[in-house]
Design a protein around this ligand. Structure first.
Ligand code: FAD
Ligand code: NAD
Length: 444
């Protein structure tokens, strides 16, 4: 039996943030990882996706300038792009483990689960700790349809040797929209199927509508209110059938219908840790129903979006909470989210929908910015921002953006909101012109 101050289950962004932070505070820390060191984000999530997206963005930039000074749209070479992605991802698990080794943080490879006495078992090794942090993340959900066994996931997509000529995505959330955009940019026929009429529900309905128009204009077959009920092999392809009897042949079908918490095989019932269908239940100190067990990141049932910076933030919070018994409950800053693509959809802070419900507190500036210099310069086909302004202070407290550059704008606005900068403070800065940041002075 090996004894630690804190034992962390899961070597992803959440678990690693906690491990390095607690180690720096002189705690005896150990991390357990059952699969790839580094977790979802750098191996099969954000980072590989955005490497593929680099080619998509470059293509988009040249597409919009056709007949405006550029001739010829670059084509995506899937094999070469995948080689670039693999050059990055192949280094992640080894590099992450070397980092732990170099730091002197104990680490174990294998699936961890709790024993009845509260110790943790990893293979033949039994580990004991004063506190345990569960940071085991989420995994793709496979909808229960006829032919579920033929469904692939984002993990498969992000490591495909060959991208078929025709692909289908079941679910138009973050994953479906982003991966459909990549496949479309690579010249493939793409079907993006969503079971309701309101994909990306957390985002502003008007901007989602604008985004879906962009996807359709790019040639993606967007099908709303359509339920795929069956996937069956058809030679070396698949036959997809919907509830209404529509049917088509496709090369691969990807389940992009959400993710589920990885909390099933941990033996949580043995240690009285309560869960819901959305993950592990925690209080304001990220403490589970067992006072010695904490949970962070995607595996937690909480309203904040399940994103890498949120998982890391929670890991850092526990560094404070586990070394300072009087630590206040966790307080989240505003959290930006971005759906990446040729047109990016982003939001932060108070949403336009929330603002509309409190018209005496907020007003919303709904600005078509397509013809603003920053967007005209790059011939962005559709740029729009909804800025939420607090009436009493005149300060920006939220924003929703659709444009080719939304990821940059949303981070500037995140900073403005978090630092509570009003129009006067923004105007007092001299920002390089003409840039997206210098547009900040026009949003109020
Ligand atoms: C395709 C895709 C794209 C994404 N893009 C973005 C993006 O652009 N921006 C963004 O912010 N977020 C993005 N995300 C979400 C992001 O990846 C997650 O929010 C983040 O990885 C969560 O970190 P985590 O540490 O909670 O969990 P994870 O990164 O999932 O790490 C959990 C780790 O725990 C391990 N584990 C599980 N069970 C056990 C066990 N019993 N014993 C030991 N180890 C175990 C797992 O193997 C895994 O390595 C994306 C996700 C996907 C799938
Ligand atoms: N850019 C980013 O930050 C980014 C990118 C990818 C993933 N992520 C993270 O990963 C999580 C998972 O992404 P996701 O896209 O898988 O989930 P999601 O929850 O964002 O979207 C899944 C969508 O599929 C729909 N759906 C459910 N069942 C369906 C069915 N049978 N047929 C068709 N549609 C169905 C759901 O209603 C939902 O709208 C995200 O919530 C996010 O936290 C973030």
């Amino acid at each position: 039996m090996q004894q630690f101050d804190t034992l962390i289950l899961g070597g992803g962004p959440g678990g690693l943030a906690a491990a390095y932070g607690l180690h720096a505070q002189k705690q005896r820390v150990a991390v357990v990882e059952k699969d790839l060191w580094g977790g979802t984000c750098p191996n099969r999530g954000c980072d590989p996706k955005k490497i593929l997206m680099a080619a998509v963005e470059a293509q988009a930039r040249s597409e919009t300038l056709q007949e405006h000074g550029l001739n010829g749209v670059p084509q995506i070479d899937w094999t070469a792009l995948m080689a670039k992605k693999r050059a990055y991802t192949s280094m992640i698990p080894g590099g992450t483990e070397s980092g732990l080794k170099a730091a002197g943080i104990a680490h174990f490879h294998g699936a961890a689960h709790f024993n009845d006495d509260g110790s943790v078992q990893v293979g033949d090794t039994q580990l004991n700790a004063t506190n345990v942090i569960i940071a085991t993340g989420q995994t793709p959900r496979l909808p229960q349809i006829d032919g579920q066994e033929w469904l692939r996931t984002s993990t498969d997509f992000l490591d495909l040797d060959t991208l078929p000529e025709d692909v289908t995505f079941m679910g138009a959330g973050y994953v479906g929209v982003e991966l459909a955009t990549i496949a479309n940019a690579a010249g493939r026929r793409v079907h993006l199927v969503h079971h309701s009429d309101r994909p990306l529900r957390a985002f502003d309905a008007d901007l989602v509508h604008d985004l879906l128009d962009r996807l359709t204009a790019a040639g993606i077959d967007v099908r709303l209110d359509t339920d795929i009920v069956k996937v069956a092999p058809d030679g070396d392809q698949y036959q997809v059938t919907t509830k209404l009897g529509e049917s088509w042949t496709t090369g691969l079908v990807f389940a992009s219908a959400g993710r589920i918490p990885v909390d099933q095989d941990l033996g949580l019932d043995r240690v009285d840790v309560a869960t819901t269908a959305h993950g592990i239940t925690v209080n304001g100190h990220l403490q589970t129903t067992n006072p010695h067990i904490f949970a962070i990141g995607d595996v937690v049932d909480r309203p904040q979006p399940k994103l890498t910076p949120v998982a890391s933030y929670e890991g850092q919070y526990l560094v404070t909470a586990l070394t300072n018994p009087t630590a206040a409950p966790i307080h989240y800053p505003v959290i930006p989210s971005v759906v990446y693509g040729k047109s990016q959809l982003a939001q932060v802070g108070v949403t336009p929908t929330q603002a509309k419900q409190e018209p005496t507190t907020y007003r919303v500036n709904d600005l078509d910015i397509t013809h603003w210099y920053s967007y005209q310069r790059i011939e962005d086909p559709r740029a729009r921002i909804k800025v939420v302004i607090e009436r009493s202070s005149g300060r920006i407290v939220g924003a929703a953006v659709l444009s080719m550059e939304a990821e940059q704008v949303i981070n500037y606005l995140d900073f403005v909101i978090q630092q509570k900068l009003g129009p006067v403070a923004i105007n007092q800065s001299i920002l390089a012109y003409p840039t997206l940041a210098s547009d900040l002075t026009y949003f109020n």
